[in-house]
Design a protein around this ligand. Structure first.
Ligand code: NDP
Ligand code: VHF
Length: 428
């Protein structure tokens, strides 16, 4: 990317001071939100949806400015497509806010109750996480989705969107603020980092005491920074190096349909399959390879795989660790489910991995032994999505091991506390 058209920013900002101030204000807002009734939070989101609709012209103009800068900076067509807003996409974002407003509020839900022999009654009750910092890619809709989900789960949010989408995010954020004001909630409940300087990301990662949890949504460079600098607990929403394993006992027609859908339905989403593993015992992989190639997918395979179709390019070692986010797929043979499981253990990013087989025993072994947030049997990895899982929405797919795994929606943005009700018991 050239530096011809830098994103608008405020260059001389002290990132630590900025995040300290935003964090302090978010913490005060979080205290209000934790006791805000469901209806008021929902009202704020419905008013924000209305503001998105009435503000359509201004939001699309802001997005046009981002698109023009992106084009001048040589963003790829896939990136530009993620950045682009149009009336239909904006209407979808507004409808998304209303959908979140209609979700079941997890805050205050009693998860379980038990009475001890001494008469103490113990319950676990859902409470908000507090202040959530979300660092995400240049997709303007995420500003609305992340702000809405955080609010509905009773949290204050500090949003740090991708720099290429800064104008669009600002315009969408303005609509969220209108919603908050209309419902009488503090504007500090949803804050947008106003600068594109990455120093603000560093400041968020170390804002202990101010930010309770960071949700980083992004790829390799963000991963590396989070791993080396984060002192705030992290709910990682990282890259998807996902696999589809076609077992010897796979149904050929199912395997062909699943391979094409898992790779090609939308190549830029984190749930897309990046590597296809084919059991040497599988009857004939050639129709699957032909389907993928005919769908416009570039295939990179081992020499054995290349021998099946002259259009297949050679795969290098780095291909097994690459998230293409594009119409490219790496492919290799394995000797059965055991080798598939070990390849996945060595190369997957613990996002979503799938097996295609009619053998239930083999499938159950795969589902038990593959250590990813989502494991699937005879289904496309592209189903890795909160909406598809019935959660109503998602902040993303958690690839970490703690707190929440897979699609994270309202419940994943809460924690719980123990509530103990006694009648004067003292401990012996
Ligand atoms: N698991 C999930 O739910 C999801 C995962 N993803 C993953 O995100 C990636 C695609 O998004 P992409 O656009 O490449 O995202 P990037 O990782 O490039 O950017 C995401 C965010 O991180 C920031 N960032 C990136 N590197 C650094 C750094 N070194 N220091 C500080 N901030 C940084 C970016 O800021 P800046 O604007 O300055 O570049 C941006 O705000 C894929 O890997 C995809 O799988 C995407 C969506 C959901
Ligand atoms: N999980 C959702 C969206 C994933 C997503 O946001 O992906 P990305 O295009 O990488 O930002 C889906 O599959 O539709």
């Amino acid at each position: 990317m050239t530096s011809a058209a830098p994103a608008p920013s405020v260059p001389a900002v002290d990132a630590d001071a900025l995040i300290f101030d935003m964090g302090r204000r978010a913490r005060a807002a979080a205290a209000v939100l934790a006791r805000t009734p469901t209806g008021v939070k929902a009202d704020a989101l419905r008013a924000a949806a209305a503001a998105l609709r009435t503000g359509e012209a201004a939001i699309l103009a802001a997005n046009a400015a981002d698109m023009a800068r992106g084009q001048a900076n040589g963003l790829s067509p896939a990136m530009l497509d993620r950045l682009k807003l149009d009336p239909a996409r904006l209407a979808g974002i507004a409808a998304g806010l209303e959908a979140v407003a209609g979700l079941d509020d997890p805050v205050g839900k009693v998860m379980d109750v038990a009475t001890r022999p001494n008469g103490l009654e113990l319950s676990r009750v859902r409470v908000p996480l507090g202040v959530i910092g979300i660092i995400y890619e240049s997709r303007p809709n995420v500003t609305a989705d992340a702000g809405a989900l955080s609010l509905m789960a009773g949290n204050a949010a500090i949003l740090r969107g991708g720099s290429e989408a800064i104008e669009s995010s600002r315009a969408i954020h303005a609509a969220l603020l209108e919603g908050l004001r209309a419902a009488g909630l503090p504007e500090d409940a949803i804050q947008l980092v106003p600068v594109t300087d990455r120093a603000a990301v560093g400041a968020m990662l170390k804002a202990t005491g101010l930010i309770d949890i960071i949700v980083p949504r992004g790829g390799k460079s963000l991963v590396a920074r989070v791993q080396s600098e984060a002192r705030v607990p992290v709910l990682a929403h990282l890259d998807g190096i996902n696999h589809t394993y076609i077992d010897g006992a796979a149904d050929p027609a199912k395997a062909a349909a699943l391979a094409v859908n898992a790779k090609m339905r939308r190549t830029g989403v984190c749930g897309a399959t990046e590597t296809l593993l084919v059991d040497r015992a599988f009857a004939d992989p050639r129709p699957i390879l032909a389907n993928l190639l005919d769908a416009g997918c570039e295939l990179r395979g081992t020499s054995e795989i290349q021998s099946l179709d002259p259009r297949i390019l050679p795969a290098g070692e780095e291909d097994w660790d690459t998230e293409y986010l594009d119409g490219i797929c790496s492919i290799k043979f394995v000797d059965g489910v055991g080798e598939a499981i070990s390849h996945i253990a060595d190369h997957a990013s613990h996002h979503t991995d799938a097996i295609v087989t009619e053998d239930a025993e083999v499938a159950e072994r795969f589902l038990a032994e593959v250590d990813s947030a989502i494991v699937m049997w005879n289904a496309s990895t592209q189903f890795a999505d909160g909406g598809e899982f019935g959660l109503g929405a998602e902040i993303g797919i958690s690839t970490g091991r703690l707190h929440a795994r897979g699609p994270v929606a309202l419940e994943g943005l809460t924690t719980y506390k123990w509530v103990v009700r006694g009648t004067g018991q003292t401990r012996p």
